[in-house]
Design a protein around this ligand. Structure first.
Ligand code: ZN
Length: 95
């Protein structure tokens, strides 16, 4: 039995529904499976976009302009506080 169905009905009711409305129940489980696959696709694409944005000069500059990233000085201060020192790649990209 599908996870989403099991949460709301017991086994006997599920069997009864399958007999009474087999088409709907079949489609329901089919669409549920599709929704799960789509959610996975959305997640993987979103991760790919986020990864691009972390390493793309254009995107980083856009985020800086929009105030979505902290100023580079603060970034360094924080890095030095955490003992990371300079992070030259980002420095060169935004200057
Ligand atoms: Zn980009």
């Amino acid at each position: 039995m599908d996870e989403h169905i099991r949460e709301i009905i017991d086994e006997a009711t599920y069997d009864h529904l399958n007999e009474t409305m087999p088409r709907i129940m079949g489609e329901l489980s089919e669409f549920h499976e599709l929704a799960g696959k789509l959610a996975g696709k959305v997640y993987r694409r979103t991760q790919a976009v986020k990864k691009h944005m972390m390493f793309c000069e254009t995107c980083i500059n856009r985020q800086m302009q929009l105030g979505l990233l902290m100023p580079i000085e603060e970034f360094y201060e924080q890095g030095q506080m955490m003992g990371m020192g300079r992070i030259p790649k980002l420095h060169y990209m935004v200057n």
